[in-house]
Design a protein around this ligand. Sequence first.
Ligand code: BEZ
Ligand code: FE
Length: 299
Amino acid sequence: MSTQPEISPEQTVVEEDLIERVLASFAQTQDPRLKTVMESLTRHLHAFIRDVRLTEDEWNAAIEFLTAVGHITDDRRQEFVLLSDVLGASMQTIAVNNEAYENATEATVFGPFFVEDAPEIPIGGDIAGGASGQPCWVEGTVTDTEGNPVPGARIEVWEADDDGFYDVQYTDGRVAGRAHLRSDDDGRYAFWGLTPTPYPIPHDGPVGQLLEKVGRSPVRAAHLHFMVTAPQLRTLVTHIFVTGDPQLEIGDSVFGVKDSLIKDFVEQPAGTPGPDGRDLGDQTWARARFDIVLAPENA
Ligand code: BEZ
Ligand code: FE
């Protein structure tokens, strides 16, 4: 049974008339796309307010919340992106813009921790840069959807250390856990990284308070970020996740997990030399394979 109060016909006319007047206010918009977006936003926003019969206290609380989101946002902290992520709005935008194409690798959320101009490493190089964690050899190929190798693809990789922090979250200016490399003539790539571990998204601000109020965890499933670019092919922003990570069952705080992106990170016993002959001493390490398939640019 609905708990909604009955809305009188007179009140309905008042509310619908307002929507019509707001819609009409956009009639002169020159840019047709902007007009479409503003009209749709108006309809959905007013539908939401009417649906929940938003109180004035709730409206004030929402304004205060968004103000706090703005206040904590600066060059290093983007709370609006976090808000979009925890509401699933980032993943919905990715879904709308990256429709599945044949066997192309699926995209997922970008996150706030990518940095331009990360150092270049050769194939087989190490992205750790002193970040702590279990070493992990990651290898694969970059191909198009017909299986042709993509030589020279630019592969950006970044990840948190095993304390759950990206380099940019430290204040000492370190560059660690990130790099870029190029695929070789056969489309192959390989690098040393760190076996990903689960970590919380920044939750010491208003978005964290919201998660707490609704009983949600800020923790993300363990992952390693990739962005792959090559001429005439669709740029791929994605991650790989770790088979067996318990957080996959519990849930990823930003809804980024796709089954096709869950990969085996196979632990190697201490004493096993790396695929490149690296001597890891008495340290265990892991090995993962991620074959990347890029869709055509305009698919
Ligand atoms: C991340 O994966 O780094 C991330 C994604 C969304 C929000 C916060 C962090
Ligand atoms: Fe991340």
